[in-house]
Write a protein that binds this ligand. Structure first.
Ligand code: PMP
Length: 399
């Protein structure tokens, strides 16, 4: 009975804490722009029609059986086509070691464990800022972390000069975590031209690029377009690592379905690497969940369902892009003298507004608008019904 006596409660997760506070508020006009989950224009969570249809098709089949340790072969194949390209030589040559993972978080964690086991003296460079969980994932996997400069607070855009400096000054052969598209929390991505420069500098330095792609399709509306950074690195012959998630782009948040892949030098190496990934997964969770994997492979494996999915991703992305324009217009219409251009320059689920923690506190306390204190607005929480109200409130606290 005395085993746990000295244990203190862990600190609350900053993002989930926002949701708790929002739920406890009984004001009718309250707005939640904290958590990064898609909502429709009525503020409701969405199950995609392609997913409903896939569930109809798989209902009643034998899908309660265990999957192999590496997960659904079909789901993994479809994931690789989506990220690496339908006609990827790497896929044909069987040079990619890939396993199903427990969504994006699980893919990152499995990679971190792999890095720790096979490159025990390595570190990982993560951008400032980044998704807060990246810190936890590599810390718990026992991989030391370094940070690199990425975001420019004044321009609210990319600090490309600093970024290139960091890449140059890191020791040769360093591991870097890169957001493939729709950087969380800033919404700031390098341009294609900048990605090319980043890629060639990585080449010169012999760095290892690990891409976290949690939002393929959510940035531009096109999964093909959002894979551009990855394709540029592949063209340059990098052996990349990649985490994929279907949480956002297929709305499968709670299904925990994703994919981890590592490009290898040849098929033999890929077989060895995959077997080691499975060896890591086995004592952690044995094998990944089957339902979400069946949904993904059914949607992506059927040309008609895939077409429907592409349309639905586009609709979600377009609604968010539209909300960016409306929020900015509303702020400008109210005569705000500040520049709000970054709202429409940034991309993906989030707007890194530049609001200070004190301004965020006022939004919450005076206007019942809930968000993280770093000023990150989840654009999916905005809709035609509340965007005017939110613009008024932001204008008020930034006067
Ligand atoms: N990486 C980034 C950058 C993210 O924003 C998220 C989702 N918030 C994830 C990974 C992983 O999410 P999930 O585990 O739900 O796929």
């Amino acid at each position: 009975s005395s085993w746990w006596r000295s244990i203190e409660p862990a600190p609350k997760d900053p993002i989930l804490g926002v949701t708790e506070a929002y739920l406890a508020d009984h004001s009718p006009g309250k707005v939640n722009v904290g958590v990064g989950a898609y909502r429709d224009d009525k503020g409701r969570p969405v199950v995609l029609d392609c997913v409903r249809e896939a569930e109809r098709r798989i209902a009643g089949s034998e899908y309660m059986e265990y999957l192999p340790i590496g997960g659904s072969i079909k789901m993994v194949e479809e994931s690789l086509k989506l990220a690496y390209g339908e006609n990827s030589e790497l896929i044909k040559d069987k040079r990619i070691a890939a396993v199903q993972a427990l969504s994006g978080t699980g893919a990152c964690r499995l990679f971190a464990a792999f890095q720790q086991r096979f490159c025990p003296d390595s570190q990982i460079y993560i951008p400032i800022p980044t998704w807060a969980n990246h810190h936890n994932i590599w810390r718990d996997a026992g991989v030391p972390m370094k940070t690199f400069r990425y975001y420019h607070p004044e321009t609210k855009g990319l600090d490309f000069v600093a970024l290139m400096d960091e890449i140059k000054s890191a020791p040769n052969g360093s591991f870097f975590l890169l957001h493939a598209c729709a950087h969380n929390p800033t919404g700031v991505d390098p341009s294609e031209e900048q990605w090319r420069e980043i890629s060639s500098q990585f080449k010169l330095k012999g760095h290892f690029p690990f891409f976290d792609m949690a939002y393929q399709g959510f940035a531009s509306g096109s999964p093909e377009q959002d894979a551009k950074a990855i394709r540029i690195f592949l063209e340059d012959g990098h052996l990349i690592g990649l985490s994929q998630s279907y949480a956002k782009n297929m709305g499968l948040y709670g299904q925990r379905v994703g994919c981890l892949s590592l490009v290898c030098e040849d098929e033999k190496q890929a077989i060895a690497v995959k077997s080691q990934l499975q060896q890591l997964a086995r004592p952690m969770y044995s094998n990944p969940p089957v339902h979400g994997a069946r949904i993904v492979s059914t949607v992506l494996g059927d040309p008609n369902l895939k077409k429907l999915w592409l349309k639905e991703v586009q609709v979600m992305a377009d609604r968010i892009i539209g909300m960016r324009a409306t929020l900015r217009e509303n702020l400008e219409k109210r005569g705000s003298p500040l520049s709000w251009q970054h709202i429409t320059n940034q991309i993906g689920m989030f707007c890194y507004s530049g609001l200070t923690p004190e301004q965020v506190d006022r939004l919450t306390n005076e206007f019942h608008i809930y968000m993280t204190r770093n000023g990150r607005i989840s654009m999916a929480g905005l809709n035609t019904g509340n965007v005017g109200y939110v613009a008024d409130a932001i204008h008020e606290v930034t006067k």
